[in-house]
Write a new protein. Structure first.
Lengths: 311, 340, 275
């Protein structure tokens, strides 16, 4: 297990390096003088020159990149143009609400998606199956900002069950309460995906010979479906959840805007609108790191789920 | 003469499968008996309906795409084709157990061998303690002669060889000492060199208490292992009798063809003669006797009855039954071989 | 098999196709269908509820006609969706062909690049690119196209590998056919169905990404009407004027639904096993 973890960790390093390259080059796309764009037309030449020197933009590109990569490798993500605070610090402050939201979204996707997919597969071709498929199609076609607005209207504004805005006033229950609607908004698209994946994985598993064996043993239908078949279907389901974690993180930008949650997505959006590139770079990099991390965990889960995968 | 009541009595079993919008008949009124303690072979080419027969007895056919059109199967006094699911579950794996063809795909890859056997025992013996369950599982594992039962207990199927997997499969089937063991091509998927070993384990491990229904297309295996034999073709029983009699004097041209295509018999003197043609598709069965397009006897005599009328299963000379209009024209096996 | 038989066997192609056609027609005919200029403000007729002959879908807070804005909004979605997919498919085809056909180091290198790009959620990549280049229709198409390239590239790569392994490609090469000839005659025609299926489904997600970016305020800048920006404008007034959000949100959903239905149907039609 430890050896596998180490192997996967080493394999992730080139991807991390690649992420730094991408983040670096996105800023190179800025047409004209990036500092002018950042500071606006009203900035004086001296101000521009000051920022240029501070950012090292007068050096040749490879030198700039090496310096940039070196900073990122040591955890220095630069300084925000507007708040003048270190980007790493800003991110650290905003990390918790986003991680809670992402976990909530994954939970919604799994807790709703898996039973839906299992039910659809077990009742394949029936009305239940069609309803589940229809619901999952809806989940991927309705944009999440629309879902967010509608949920917020129905359950926060009208019924008043949950707060419309913010991440709670501190404390466990308040945080949890403020997390319900955002998690639902974020998780519904994931739910649709998980349901579809579960359905096809379960249909495949239920057609396998070992399911026939389990039936021949006299096991109950519930045990055959939810234990023998689902235990096998879990292998592709977990993989697909990992691969779609990125989508989920992308969705936090929208959800945090709608519910005014002070998280990374909100930080990123504000930075994007204000063209605060160091913050944009930092948050994008961190999200890539989170994605890589989650897929590392999924890889490490594989031998636990499937004994045929040698640790 | 008093005959004891059979353990399993299948009558007029008729099963249909859905294809697109219509139902195709896979079994046309199959009837046979299995008595306490005996071994009955069911033989036929692939598509003859032998696997469908046993799977319908176990209720293992896909519920949506298959249906029971007629028939009954009385096991120990109850019609198992019409039992409620819950009742059937109590019989499956306890009174009737099954060994499948491919032990690789028939064992669940994510559970250990020991777990899967213990699960079969626990399902029918609720309330056993963990220790007793483990002991009984280990005992079953040693009955199928798996070396190091304790080690085998915590092994995953993929870590086993094909022969060991099939032993594990047999262990799971005999775990609850079933009265009827159904073995569906138990050695077909295995390496030729270990087929005999596994068959021997199957025979010994089930003991004398249980009857066995052995599905196979290997006539050699039938000769060695069975008391009686049922020959199937295109969803019908076409000949039955004691193995000794059927092998000595087959009364159906198809049975004779099966025996003639056995390498062993050929080596003993005659030529290896395959049956011409291939088994018919159930979607387009020939009229009359389904075998007539491939039948040497029909080719020679051209009797229109073979094309028009389905032959009934009638008593044959000696004990047993045969379904052939022209069986009286069939000479002894020996003579037939000389003429070809 | 004639077209009618295909449509009867695969009703999702028919339903999806009709939806897509209707939306296309609305976009194309927007200048003639729209009762008003989509940008014309009318401060005396602000936030009029829908249902009047004058403003069938009501007006927004500047008194602009919602129906006209919805019709014109279709233009942005239906330009950005297909155009960005075109960019993604051209780039993806080039990279996927290179990876799948040349193989070895090229394959590994391109695979790495895809891995890295996929580590960023596609919406983030598109947002970051637009933020760098500046918001405009062209940049938005470029950004979404770039962000979807790895998905295309991967599908095309595996399709190419599947085709390359077939005998006729090997024999064409053995008979002395050049690489470009082999690709053009033997490889490309055989992966086109895969490209077609991915493209149709990708238009749906591109439209969703476009709407999301517009909603976030990083799409085609105002005063151009886009469905996403209309939802964003109506969001704060949902309690008092829900028709703005609904009138703009519904077309997004229906259009995305239409394209994904069409894509699913085409996939079932071309590759019945995967259904």
């Amino acid at each position: 297990m430890a050896r596998l973890a180490l192997k996967r960790l080493l394999a992730a390093i080139p991807t991390l390096f690649g992420a730094i390259v991408v983040v670096f080059f996105v800023v190179q796309l800025i047409p004209g003088d990036p500092v002018r764009v950042m500071l606006g037309e009203n900035a004086s030449a001296a101000e521009v020159e000051e920022v240029r020197t501070a950012l090292g933009l007068n050096d040749p590109l490879p030198v700039q990149f090496l310096r940039f990569a070196g900073r990122y490798a040591t955890g220095d993500l630069g300084v925000s143009i507007f708040s003048r605070q270190p980007v790493a610090g800003e991110i650290a402050q905003r990390l918790a609400p986003t991680v809670q939201l992402a976990l909530g979204g994954v939970l919604v996707a799994i807790v709703l998606g898996v039973p839906m997919g299992v039910l659809a597969a077990a009742r394949r071709g029936t009305l239940v199956d069609h309803l589940c498929l229809g619901a999952s199609t809806l989940g991927v076609t309705v944009p999440n900002f629309l879902i967010g607005i509608l949920l917020s209207f129905a359950f926060a504004s009208k019924l008043g069950w949950f707060p419309t805005l913010g991440a709670g006033t501190g404390g466990f229950w308040s945080t949890l309460n403020a997390l319900v609607l955002p998690s639902l908004t974020l998780g519904l698209a994931g739910m649709a995906l998980v349901a579809r994946m579960t359905r096809s994985a379960m249909i495949e598993a239920l057609g396998e010979d070992y399911v026939r064996t389990a039936n021949a043993k006299g096991l109950s239908q519930r045990r055959v479906v939810y234990w023998h078949a689902l235990r096998n279907a879990a292998i592709p389901i977990v993989t697909i959840v990992g691969l779609n974690f990125g989508h989920l993180l992308g969705g936090t930008v929208v959800v945090e805007l709608i519910f005014a949650r002070p998280g990374l997505g909100k930080l990123l959006l504000d930075a994007l609108l204000a063209r605060d590139y160091p913050v944009v770079q930092g948050v994008c990099f961190l999200i890539a790191v989170l994605f890589i991390l989650v897929n590392l965990i999924v890889d490490l889960l594989q031998p636990l789920l499937d004994p045929r995968v040698q640790p | 003469m008093t005959t004891p009541a059979p353990l399993l009595s299948v009558r007029d079993l008729t099963v249909e499968f859905r294809r697109d919008r219509s139902w195709l008949r896979a079994l046309h009124g199959v009837s046979f008996d299995v008595f306490e303690g005996e071994t009955v072979g069911v033989v036929g080419e692939s598509g003859s309906g032998k696997s469908v027969t046993v799977q319908s007895l176990m209720g293992l056919l896909p519920a949506r795409s298959s249906r029971l059109a007629a028939g009954s199967a009385v096991f120990a006094g109850r019609d198992i084709l019409r039992l409620p699911r819950r009742e059937l579950r109590r019989i499956r794996g306890k009174d009737i157990a099954m060994v499948f063809q491919d032990p690789m795909s028939s064992l669940n890859p994510v559970f250990t061998v020991g777990y899967q056997i213990a699960e079969a025992i626990r399902e029918h013996n609720p309330g056993l303690s963990r220790e007793t369950l483990r002991e009984r599982t280990l005992a079953v594992l040693s009955r199928v002669e798996l070396p190091h039962p304790a080690q085998a207990f915590s092994t995953f199927p993929f870590q086993f060889s094909g022969g060991m997997r099939q032993r594990a499969m047999i262990a799971m089937a005999i775990a609850n000492a079933p009265r009827l063991l159904i073995a569906d091509e138990p050695t077909t998927a295995l390496d030729v060199t270990i087929q005999a070993q596994v068959m021997q384990v199957l025979q010994q491990a089930r003991g004398t208490g249980s009857a066995m229904l052995l599905i196979t297309h290997d006539m050699g295996l039938v000769a060695e292992a069975t008391d009686r034999v049922i020959v199937m073709y295109a969803g019908r029983v076409i000949e039955t009798g004691t193995t000794a009699e059927v092998f000595a004097a087959p009364r159906h041209p198809y049975t004779r063809g099966l025996l003639a295509s056995r390498p062993k018999l050929a080596a003993a003197g005659g030529r290896l003669t395959p049956i011409p043609g291939s088994p018919p598709n159930i979607a387009s069965l020939p009229g009359g006797c389904a075998f007539h397009p491939r039948c040497a006897l029909h080719e020679r005599h051209r009797d229109p009855i073979c094309v028009d009328t389905v032959p009934a299963l009638l008593p044959r000379e000696g004990a047993g039954l045969v379904a052939c209009h022209l069986t009286h024209l069939l000479g002894s096996a020996q003579r037939e071989m000389e003429t070809t | 098999m004639n077209a009618l038989a295909v449509l009867r066997r695969h009703p999702s192609i028919a339903i999806g196709g009709v939806i897509v056609l209707v939306v296309f027609a609305a976009a194309l005919l927007a200048p003639w269908l729209s009762p008003h200029d989509p940008a014309a403000q009318n401060l005396v007729a602000r936030l009029r509820p829908p249902g009047t002959a004058e403003h069938l879908l009501g007006t927004d807070r500047y008194g602009r006609d919602v129906l006209s804005r919805v019709l014109y909004g279709a233009r942005v979605s239906l330009i950005v969706g297909p155009a960005s997919v075109l960019i993604a498919s051209i780039l993806g085809l080039t990279l996927g062909l290179a990876a799948g056909y040349v193989g070895r180091k090229t394959d590994m290198l391109i695979g790495r690049v895809f891995d890295v790009m996929l580590a960023f959620p596609s919406i983030l990549l598109a947002l970051a690119i637009v933020a760098a280049l500046g918001p405009s229709l062209g940049n938005m198409i470029l950004a979404i196209g770039l962000s979807m390239t790895p998905t295309f590239g991967r599908v095309i790569r595996s399709a190419v590998i599947g085709v390359r392994a077939r005998d006729y490609v090997a024999s064409a090469r053995a008979l002395g056919a050049g690489h470009l000839f082999t690709i053009a005659v033997h490889v490309l025609p055989n992966i086109l169905s895969a490209v077609l299926v991915v493209s149709t489904v990708a238009v749906a997600s591109a439209i969703l990404v476009e709407a999301t970016m517009s909603f976030l305020g990083l799409g085609v800048p105002p005063p151009t009407a886009t469905w996403g920006s209309m939802v964003a404008e109506g969001k704060g007034m949902f309690l008092t004027a829900p028709w703005i959000v609904i009138s703009a949100g519904l077309p997004i959903t229906v259009t995305v639904f239409g394209f994904s239905l069409l894509g699913d149907g085409i996939r079932d039609w071309l590759d019945p096993r995967s259904g």
